[in-house]
Design a protein around this ligand. Structure first.
Ligand SMILES: *Cc1c(COP(=O)(O)O)cnc(C)c1O
Length: 398
């Protein structure tokens, strides 16, 4: 990342969107905790009804299901970080996925998606969209010819997630975006692992970029949120239908927490990147470990691509113990004393989650390596603190 870009990020996180003279020059913005806003003129109210997406710039805010001043500050910062014309901030990442996909498909359409995307994207493709006659084909997105081959006359969207948050499978973003443009197909990516700081996907030609704000942007495991960035026209279209209709926009207090989280986002990512590196090397050479999956490992299958399109990799990795026994995997996870067992990631606290927790005990098949996956998220603790904890848990298993 060039230093001018870094300066730009400092400006975005500390100043952009903050009109402090409007609120007593307070450094921290106010939480405008209101549902509605008053008008003095019928004509102004009429204009606000006519275009709710722009009214705050002209006649004033209307209703917080649409626009709210605290949320506006966050929107400006997140759109700028993504290098996008505009963005919307939702109450969760799942809501952002739902709105972004739903707004761009109609009955009879077809989607090509990477296999095993985030769970709630899968549910959308497998449970909800089929009710409206929309089909999805899953492909191994690592090979460009698979995108081409799965494309039909009625394909309207390529759904990407790069890297995947369990096995880190990646897509060559510029190449897929190029192919999609040739075929007039919309590209939608889940960019949650990298954030735009490590992977500026809009710049790479992707049309619609989603990231969960619950993870790295919040950074403190205390709020949820989701971001959808794209062209002004696309964001306006989604605002006027799905965003207002589902009513899944972020609440002012949660937006305020995300603004606070953003202040330290680059600092936290830097710190986590350094700690991850140390923990990765410790795990990789451990005698009880069979394999560690991490995109910036020179042994990773798509290492070249990772280095080409990501300026960093941090936090998440997946490892597999040599033992094939379920009871050992369980024993290992339950022996950790500081690293907690929980879903999610991106907060201050290191976390672990074993894949086997997501299946019934009799479904566990030790010969399927994926069933033995243990995903680690490295938080803000000292590397030695985490390594000592691992040492203890390794000693608890044969
Ligand atoms: C957590 C997550 C989401 C969903 O975000 P929520 O804020 O939990 O709704 C989407 N994609 C990935 C890769 C995630 O890890």
């Amino acid at each position: 990342m060039s230093s001018s870009t870094k300066n730009e990020i400092s400006f975005i996180l500390n100043e952009l969107g903050e009109e402090r003279e409007m609120y007593f020059n307070a450094i921290s913005p106010p939480i405008i905790q209101t549902s509605n806003f008053a008008f003095k003129k019928v004509d102004d109210l009429r204009k606000a009804f006519e275009d709710e997406s722009e009214c705050h710039k002209n006649t004033g805010y209307l209703y917080s299901r649409g626009m709210n001043p605290t949320v506006e500050i966050l929107r400006k910062k997140l759109a700028a970080l993504d290098g996008a014309e505009d963005c919307l901030v939702f109450n969760s990442g799942a809501a952002a996925i739902f709105a972004g996909v739903f707004a761009n498909v109609k009955a009879g359409d077809h989607i090509v998606s990477v296999k095993a995307p985030y769970t709630w994207a899968q549910r959308l493709f497998e449970v909800i969209l089929p009710k409206f006659g929309i089909e999805t084909t899953y492909i191994d997105g690592t090979k460009i010819e698979n995108w081409e081959n799965a494309t039909r006359k009625n394909t309207v969207m390529y759904y990407l997630e790069s890297p995947n948050s369990w096995d880190f499978a990646m897509q060559d973003l510029k190449v897929v975006a190029h192919l999609a443009k040739e075929k007039n197909i919309l590209t939608f990516i889940d960019n949650s692992y990298c954030t735009p700081l490590y992977q500026p996907v809009i710049e790479m030609g992707i049309d619609l970029a989603m990231q969960t704000a619950t993870k790295y942007i919040s950074g403190h495991s205390d709020t949820m949120g989701g971001v959808l960035s794209g062209s002004a026209a696309m964001i306006k279209k989604i605002f006027q239908s799905e965003y207002l209709n589902i009513g899944s926009g972020i609440q002012p207090f949660n937006a305020w927490l995300l603004i606070r989280g953003l202040r330290t986002l680059p600092t936290r990512l830097d710190r986590i990147t350094k700690t991850t590196e140390l923990v990765f090397h410790y795990l990789k050479k451990h005698s009880k470990i069979e394999k560690v999956i991490f995109p910036f490992d020179a042994d990773f299958a798509q290492y070249e691509l990772a280095k080409k399109q990501m300026s960093g990799a941090c936090g998440l990795m997946t490892f597999i113990l040599k033992t094939k026994k379920l009871e050992d995997i369980v024993g290992f996870c339950e022996s950790l004393q500081h690293i907690m067992m929980a879903v999610s990631w991106g907060g201050h606290e290191s976390l672990i989650i074993p894949k086997c927790a997501g299946m019934k005990i009799d479904e566990f098949n030790a010969d399927n390596i994926e069933h033995r996956y243990i995903r680690l998220y490295v938080g803000l603790e000292e590397a030695d603190y985490l390594i000592e904890d691992f040492e203890h848990a390794f000693n608890a298993i044969p």
